[in-house]
Write a new protein. Sequence first.
Length: 126
Amino acid sequence: MYIGAVVKQTGASAKAVRLYETLGLLGPVQRKGAYRYYSANQLNQIMLIRQAQQLGFRLAELNEVLGPDANDPDWPALLQHLADKQAAVQLEITRLQQLQQQLQLAMQDIMQCASLVPKPPVTACA
């Protein structure tokens, strides 16, 4: 299929598809005359790349697991990358929960200090 059909089916821009090709993430792309012609396997590869990007992967990371033969990804390496990403997300969640607790304590300290500060008397308007 031509790039226009690939764009419609995958949601990737034509520029992104050409970038994937340039980076070697799609393997060799056939030509029909002056036009690129993508296989069903390359269409699936583009959808895999987009899904991985949505999960926070950079194209450089994908290049490692898609390797020189983009038609046959290194599935065990991809699974390991997913597990590593999941572990990093869990660490970040823990860090953010600790930050949330620290913020809560700081807010409590400030509210306690604010209650100790004498408030100016309210004056009635004449």
